[in-house]
Design a binder for this molecule. Sequence first.
Ligand SMILES: [Zn+2]
Length: 288
Amino acid sequence: MTNDRTRNTTTDYDPMLDLTATGERLVDPRLMNTAAQRKLQPSRKYSLNTILTGLLIFNCVLLVFALLVHANPQWAASTMHSSQPTEPVDTSVPLPAELTDINSVTFLVDPSHSVPADYVPSDLESPYVSSTGEVIQVRSAVASDLKEMINDANDDDAPLILTSGYVSFDTQEDYYSDRVAMVGEAEALKTTPKPGFSEHQTGLAVDFSDKDDGTATTTAFAESAAGKWLKEHAWEYGFIQRYPEGKEEITSYSYMPWHYRYVGRDTAKAMHDADPNMTFEEYFQTNK
Ligand SMILES: [Zn+2]
């Protein structure tokens, strides 16, 4: 009896038929109660459940995505686009007309954007005479705000001496060649643009001094009553300090506390509200 039982049991399981036709592994009944078997059985059931559940969730996600695409094709386009490799930025995007129209008070002049050599503003006014007797001209769009600013500064015991306004192309040539002869081209370019690249040719730029002796302006102007008053109030009259301290990399020019540029009261206020030290380049994002 002991031998038969043993033989029957072994006949039920043949190691050579371990796998059925469907590939399912047969289990040796003798191992049914072993720890290894207890572990194997539930694991396989769990895998099937996981696959079925996964398929169901995947279908649901597809359905939701399809509904979203149908509802908002633009969102779909941007979402799908963002997963693609970044395309190179198109730097050929033209500047807005307010920066390229020479009649605009926000016309851009920088080392890459010049004023046509033959351009002379058609509406120059000359109500100002410098302390050295030179007549100073500005565009009519600037004149009344400039006059009001100079009067108010005077009333606040911060007299402004106007030293420059419109500068012709020919005069720029003289300034530039003189400066290059004096300090060399690299040093000259930090403060003196090549002919055609000076804002002064637009009739929208002005220079100030706090001295009436006609001497050249220096950065010491910033510490004078006039320099401090301008830094605080110029925006109220539509002017911005065009080349501020610490922004040399952005403007391409040295700190010039005496040089102000008219941009109109609305723009000057918007720039001041954004940041009192904001440059023209930062506000209009011209360095993109
Ligand atoms: Zn200037």
